[in-house]
Write a protein that binds this ligand. Structure first.
Ligand code: MG
Length: 392
């Protein structure tokens, strides 16, 4: 008997009223940069190399359009020494690219990034504020959450880690216990100090872990190779991940040869090029995507999609931030396949300033992906003060 092809039923065409093309084009008419000071609830945050911060400056970038819409992005370097970014660089870089952006359509995100990259080389962190604000605008124009635009909401909420500031082994173990009581089950220990001290820190914490907890020992580039080799040998039997032991990829590859512990790379993954390069060496099992470091959501999404193809898990986060950064992270994390989302954190719970009452808040160690249009939060502009830069 002949196999019949399935009938294709022609549906009657529904006429969609199209707005004239010209009236669909949104134009950037104004860019404002506001700066706020954050202090930490835990007073101080210390990591490798003797670095610590107790307060730092964040930049809130607002992109306005001819239709009266505003989108928001946040850029919050962890002080000037953590990575190639500093707070005063944000308005300075946006002053360079701002004029080139006036009059262009913020919903054309790849084109917008091309304009920014042509106007200013590097300074990805500063450009990220514009990129994120424009994703917020696209969502508001389309009446869709950014997570939908990034490929689709895959989870309603996701698990968070807590960063544990470098301190004595006992105090770090106490911090882990305190944050576990608040619902966290994933912990990132700040190590990268003297090897003996770091081995004691890792052992003190692994002793108090419970089934289901995840521990990452993050050296933040702080070890020389011989120090890193001593630490990974000493903790070889512990259940933990090692993150960014040394400053360069070449050094991290040496450490990888000496350990069977899973490896995460962070500081060397500054964009998709370094990700491809490191993946070619099978240098890591996971990476840390800091959205502002790589230039915003447009570029972070490319890296996220590539990691899913390569089997590389991701910590999706930023250098720091408050309500806007936390919401931005939530949309990228919430549209990532959950098996590839290693972890993330809720920066707005670490700092003492809130600018959006409806920003996502931690619940039992998890964060909910906002459901509203754009970033899904409403920034209270009155809390931002006067802009430090306006381009119009
Ligand atoms: Mg790290």
């Amino acid at each position: 008997m002949a196999i019949q092809s399935p009938a294709i039923i022609a549906k009657p065409q529904r006429r969609v009223e199209q707005r004239p093309l010209e009236s669909q084009i949104v134009k950037i008419t104004r860019i404002d940069v506001y700066q706020l000071q954050y202090a930490l609830h835990d007073r101080t945050y210390a990591w490798s190399g003797g670095h610590s911060v107790s307060s730092f400056t964040t930049s809130i970038v607002r992109v306005g359009t001819d239709e009266g819409l505003s989108g928001f992005g946040e850029v919050c370097p962890l002080g000037p020494a953590y990575m190639a970014a500093h707070a005063r660089g944000v308005p300075a870089a946006i002053a360079e690219v701002g004029q080139a952006l006036l009059g262009i359509d913020p919903t054309q995100l790849h084109a917008l990034n091309t304009v920014m990259d042509r106007a200013l080389g590097g300074h990805e962190y500063a450009k990220s504020g514009i990129d994120i604000a424009c994703w917020d605008l696209v969502g508001r124009v389309a009446n869709l959450p950014v997570a939908t635009l990034l490929g689709g909401r895959l989870v309603d909420d996701y698990p968070l880690y807590r960063a544990i500031s470098q301190d004595s082994p006992e105090r770090m173990a106490d911090s882990v216990a305190r944050y576990r009581s608040e619902g966290y089950r994933r912990f990132q220990l700040k190590v990268g100090g003297q090897p003996d001290d770091d081995v004691a820190r890792i052992r003190a914490v692994t002793r108090c872990l419970e089934a289901g907890d995840v521990l990452v020992a993050d050296a933040n580039t702080g070890w020389l190779p011989h120090q890193a080799i001593r630490v990974v040998n000493a903790v070889a039997g512990e259940d933990c991940y090692i993150e960014q032991p040394c400053p360069t990829l070449a050094e991290c590859l040496v450490i990888r040869e000496h350990t069977r512990l899973p490896m995460i790379l962070d500081e060397v993954i500054t964009g998709i090029g370094p990700l491809i390069h490191a993946a070619g060496f099978r240098a890591m099992d996971g990476i840390n995507i800091k959205i502002s470091r790589v230039g915003g959501l447009t570029k972070a999404r490319e890296m996220r999609d590539l990691c899913e193809r390569l089997g590389i898990v991701m910590t999706i986060e930023d250098s720091w931030g408050g309500d806007v950064a936390t919401a931005t992270i939530a949309h990228l994390a919430g549209s990532t396949r959950p098996e590839y989302l290693f972890t993330s954190t809720d920066f707005n719970s670490y700092v003492d300033v809130s600018i959006a009452d409806d920003a996502p808040r931690r619940n039992q160690g998890r964060l909910r992906v906002p459901e509203g249009a754009g970033l899904g939060i409403h920034v209270d502009v009155k809390r931002l003060g006067e802009p430090v830069l306006t381009v119009r």
